[in-house]
Every structure is written in structure tokens, then in C-alpha cells.
Design a protein around this ligand. Structure first.
Ligand SMILES: C[S@@+](CC[C@H](N)C(=O)[O-])C[C@H]1O[C@@H](n2cnc3c(N)ncnc32)[C@H](O)[C@@H]1O
Length: 336
């Protein structure tokens, strides 16, 4: 009986996952964690600052406090907890932008998962009328939130990636689809003799100039805007593609890899940094990220699927290097 009760409780928590997503989203959109940085406040005080209903805001914060996000005291004042601190804007490891995307566009797209399963088509496009990156290009303010959200979700993978792979042997590293430039900045900081090229869509590249200014690497980082389906910077000895290939179905993924293969200097390396799906029933964040990718016309892949993709692009997969984080580094060179 007790076991049956705890399984039902567990199942109910799973069902309620989307409720928690929305509660976190409300707090993130309203900047509640930033308003609590100097100390606790009541929902009345918070509602005045956010132009919201105090009674409704109280109910959301009470529910969030029940799962450890914010804490309420006897005077009905709310304060930060370690989880709530992650929703602050300007802290290392901030999850605020990710929470805003998760409860905003991504949440709406998840509502189309059944459509994707019935048709194989991307749910995001059904909901928003255009492919994911078109939407982002048409909505630069949201694309800026997305850039920061990528650091929120993948930022913790950077140091493990640098621990697992030695970039010091290279002269020039290109980060393809490098977003706000923080991954490449970390490579250059770790290896003072290495030069870097950040490549992303023109508007993203322009925003990255601001993000990386003041990080002490601008003199070694060239920033280029462009479209990786047309061309990528030529002549470098390593091309990093972190969470690029998973955004696309096989024909597009092969086209991007081919561009890198054509552009690389002789002997150049291609590094695809992704979650490699484990076989069987093993728990894996990647198996859920794969559904997010299904919604935007991409997919996560197994090692064998990456190997086939590399062959189709004229590359030989040389190594798959695990890191201490979720991702592995899949290394390739031009096939002979
Ligand atoms: C999932 S994000 C990965 C960001 C970053 N590499 C990371 O690991 O955090 C995908 C990136 O691909 C970029 N991108 C999408 N389409 C592109 C295109 N056609 N040409 C160049 N970059 C593109 C996006 O702007 C975005 O920065």
C-alpha cells in the first residue's frame, strides 16, 4: 500500500512538472529573484514593483516555496534559497534566461508534441508559423534571451570540455554557431597562444562583441557573422560545433559538416560536442533534449548515428571523448 502510494506521488510529480515550469517562468519573467537580492519582501511589496496582483503572486511564490524555490517566513515574507538564487540575472551560472525560454516559446512548442508525433513535423513551426531560427532572427530581443539561455543550459559543459581536450596544440580555433562567445573566450583564456574566430548569424555575432568586450580576449578573437549553410571561415586547424548538429536533421547536419570539412586547413579537426545517446533504458538528459530537438526539426544521436553522419560528410570519426559533463567530444578528420 505504501509503495503504491509513493509510486502515485512520484507519478503526480511527473505530471505536475509543467506546472512547476510555468511557476518558475512567472518568477523569472518578473525578475523576482533580483528583487530579493537585498533581502526578503512580502508579495505586496513584490507586486507593487512588478505591477502584478499581490494575491495571485503570493500563490505562485507559495507553490514555488513548496519545492524549494524561494522560502516564506511567518510574516509571509519571501526570500532567496539556493535554487531561487539561480534565477538572478547577473550571476555566474544564471538560469533566468533559460527559465524564460522554457516557460515561453519552448513551452508553447511542447504543446505541439503530439502533432510532431503524428506527422513527424516540427511542433515549433506549427505553433509559430516559421522554423525556429527564422523566428529568432525575426525577433532579435528573444534571440538575445536565447543566446543567454544557451549559456544557462550548456555553460557548465565548458570547463569539462577544456579538461577533456587539449586545444593548446592548435593555432586557430573556430567556434561555429558560437553564440555569445563565452565558450571560445574560455578556450582562449585557458590557452594564451591560441587565436579564435567566433562564427554565428550576423545579429548574434554583433551581440557577442558586447558580451566578450572586457573579458581580456578581444585581441585574439575575430568575430564573423554569416550563414554556415553558405560558408564558414577558412583555413583554421580546428572547428568546434557545440550543440549545432543536434539542431538539424541529417541532410542539413551533413551540409554543415561538409562546409567545415572544405574550409579546414590540411589535417584540420572537426569537433562535434553533443550528448551521445546511451543505449537501452539508461537515464539520460539527452533523451528528453531529443524531444525538444524533435520540436525544432533536429535530433540527438547515438555514437553509430554520428559515425554515419561523419561518413556522409566525407569525414572519418577518429575518437569519441567523454567529458565530466553530459556531453562528449566527437572528433573527426577529412576522410582519405
Ligand atoms: C544551440 S545554439 C549553440 C550555441 C553554443 N554553441 C553553445 O554551445 O552554447 C545554436 C547556435 O547556432 C546558431 N545558428 C543557427 N543557424 C545558424 C546559421 N545558419 N549560421 C550560423 N549560425 C547559426 C544560433 O544562432 C545559435 O547560436
Amino acid at each position: 500500500m505504501k509503495d503504491e502510494h509513493s509510486s502515485m506521488e512520484f507519478f503526480r510529480q511527473m505530471f505536475g512538472g509543467s506546472w512547476i515550469t510555468q511557476g518558475i517562468w512567472v518568477a523569472a519573467e518578473l525578475g523576482i529573484a533580483d528583487l530579493l537580492a537585498d533581502g526578503s519582501r512580502t508579495s505586496d511589496e513584490l507586486a507593487k514593483k512588478t505591477n502584478t496582483s499581490s494575491a495571485a503572486l503570493y500563490r505562485v511564490l507559495r507553490a514555488l516555496a513548496s519545492v524549494g524555490i524561494f522560502a516564506e517566513d511567518e510574516q509571509r515574507r519571501f526570500s532567496l534559497t539556493p535554487l531561487a538564487e539561480l534565477l538572478q540575472t547577473d550571476i555566474p551560472g544564471s538560469q533566468r534566461s533559460l527559465a524564460i525560454m522554457m516557460g515561453g516559446e519552448f513551452y508553447a512548442a511542447w504543446g505541439e508534441l503530439l502533432h510532431s508525433v503524428r506527422t513527424g513535423e516540427p511542433g515549433f513551426q506549427k505553433r509559430f508559423g516559421v522554423p525556429f531560427f527564422h523566428y529568432m532572427t525575426e525577433n532579435p530581443e528573444r534571440h538575445g534571451v536565447y543566446d543567454a539561455a544557451m549559456t544557462g543550459v550548456h555553460g557548465g559543459e565548458t570547463e569539462p570540455m577544456l579538461d577533456a581536450y587539449d586545444f593548446s596544440a592548435f593555432r586557430t580555433v573556430v567556434d561555429i554557431g558560437g553564440g555569445n562567445g563565452l565558450v571560445l573566450a574560455a578556450v582562449l583564456k585557458r590557452h594564451p597562444a591560441v587565436q579564435g574566430i567566433l562564427f554565428d548569424l550576423p545579429a548574434v555575432a554583433d551581440r557577442a562583441r558586447y558580451t566578450i568586450s572586457g573579458m581580456g580576449v578581444s585581441d585574439r578573437m575575430r568575430i564573423e557573422g554569416g550563414d554556415f549553410f553558405s560558408s564558414v571561415p577558412a583555413g583554421a586547424d580546428v572547428y568546434v560545433l557545440r550543440h549545432i548538429i543536434h539542431d538539424w536533421e541529417d541532410p542539413e547536419a551533413v551540409a554543415i559538416l561538409r562546409q567545415c570539412r572544405e574550409a579546414a586547413a590540411p589535417g584540420g579537426r572537426i569537433l562535434v560536442v553533443e550528448t551521445v545517446l546511451p543505449p537501452g533504458n539508461e537515464p539520460s538528459f539527452g533523451k528528453w533534449l531529443d524531444l525538444m530537438m524533435l520540436l525544432v526539426a533536429g535530433r540527438e544521436r547515438t555514437k553509430e548515428e554520428y559515425s554515419r553522419l561523419f561518413s556522409a560528410a566525407g569525414l572519418e570519426m577518429t575518437r569519441v571523448i567523454p567529458t565530466a559533463s553530459e556531453v562528449s567530444i566527437i572528433e573527426g578528420v577529412r576522410a582519405t
